[in-house]
Design a protein around this ligand. Structure first.
Ligand code: PGA
Ligand code: ZN
Length: 394
């Protein structure tokens, strides 16, 4: 049996030029795995605490290395290592070690155990998440085409305007995304000027304006021009905790968007504690729209139970760094399935060039996978990994 011989951490830069954590784990057979963790900007206040990478370096040396060195590495050992991390932390929100620190170790372990088992990461994660029996299915892509809110300086209140191809095979969906993105760029340049084709944190364009529906108008045109009418639907992450509009103003905007565009997905339509207004929007459009919790649910089973009790959502976003370990991430996915919700695995706005989130989206048979526009290396790497996984299985 292989065991952990070294565990080291480094500070690296994320896509915003902010420090984040990279962790390398080495086994007794000399096999290594390195992972890095992303960081959010529109973070829910109930997310696991993210600690300063400088402080994390001290925690690695002083607490984690001594506790985990010598431990066995195997795909079947993930629950054990995550239990140890949770116990070492001892707080409900990873306040002592940091959810970013614990996730770096948890993921490095999963990647190293997969290497040792000679399987690709998605297959290792399938085993760890007890989803081995389900055949691999690719998620639909939820692509952030226009960035607003805190991810851009455009004046748009809503954070993410998403294009969602119906096709889920990466080699079919990705070329559609590329074509729509290029058409959208040309339309924005012509109608809104050169400033509109600058990109925000997730690679989406940043047209200035205060008409919250306008980006969808341009996206609709782009889809038609690209020749994919009826093959691409839309979604919106309002990230409403950061939006200064009254509940009735929000509802009339969502209703109007539904009327004019093929919008099938609405994420965080109200603030992160507003379970009741989520439930209202569910009553209005839950029958034909995915109403998803992100800041509301923060990948936490306790928050999910409250959302279920109040009938707030029928879908949820999964972000491992909101909770801090892979075991807890899989617990949240299982609970979402138990509730009959759709599952959307998501990247973060501050990303690295690591591509594990693509493997995760495939491993849990996610219904959707939120990723950036096809621009900037840290976004592109997620697309390339999906294409590689498709090649592995066909
Ligand atoms: P974040 O944004 O990574 O900045 O939190 C993504 C989201 O809200 O879905
Ligand atoms: Zn969100």
């Amino acid at each position: 049996m292989s065991h952990v011989v070294t565990l080291s951490a480094k500070k690296i830069l994320d896509s915003r030029g902010e420090w984040t954590i990279e962790c390398t784990m080495t086994s007794s057979d000399g096999v290594m795995a390195t992972v890095s963790v992303p960081q959010g900007k529109s973070r829910g206040s109930f997310e696991a605490v993210s600690i300063e990478p400088d402080k994390a370096m001290g925690i690695f040396k002083g607490i984690i290395e001594p506790a985990l060195t010598g431990g066995e590495i195997a795909l079947g050992g993930q629950a054990e290592i995550d239990k140890k991390l949770i116990a070492l932390d001892g707080t409900p929100n990873k306040a002592k070690l940091g959810g970013n620190t614990t996730l770096a170790i948890s993921l490095a372990y999963a990647r190293l155990a997969s290497h040792l088992a000679r399987v690709p990461l998605w297959q290792g994660l399938k085993k760890i998440g007890q989803n081995e029996d389900a055949p691999l299915a690719f998620p639909r892509l939820f692509v952030n085409m226009v960035n607003g809110g805190v991810h851009a300086g455009s004046g748009l209140a809503f954070q993410e305007y998403l294009a969602i191809p119906v096709a889920n095979r990466p080699s079919e969906a990705i070329p559609q995304v590329l074509a729509v993105y290029q058409k959208l760029k040309a339309i924005l340049l012509e109608r809104k000027g050169a400033g509109a084709i600058n990109v925000g944190d997730e690679g989406g364009f940043t047209p200035q304006g205060e008409d919250e529906e306008e980006p969808f108008t341009f996206m609709k045109e782009a889809v038609v021009q690209a020749g994919f009418a009826d093959q691409i639907e839309f979604g919106l992450d309002a990230a409403a905790s950061q939006v200064n509009l009254l509940p009735h103003e929000l509802l009339s905007l969502y209703t109007s968007i539904k009327e004019h565009f093929p919008c099938i997905y609405l994420e965080d339509p109200y603030g992160e504690n507003d379970f009741a207004h989520f439930a209202t929007v569910m009553k209005h459009m839950g029958h034909n729209t995915l109403i998803a919790g992100d800041d509301l649910t923060v990948t936490s089973v306790a928050r999910m139970e409250e959302a279920q009790k109040q009938g707030s959502i029928n879908a949820m976003v999964i972000k491992p760094n909101q909770i801090g370990t892979m075991t807890e991430t899989f617990d949240a996915v299982r609970k979402a399935r138990e509730f009959g919700w759709r599952v959307v695995v998501s990247h973060r706005s501050g990303e690295t060039n690591d591509d594990w989130v693509s493997d995760l989206a495939c491993a849990v048979n996610a219904d959707g996978f939120k990723l950036g526009a096809p621009a900037r290396g840290e976004r592109i790497t997620k697309y390339n990994r999906l294409l590689a996984i498709e090649r592995e299985v066909t």
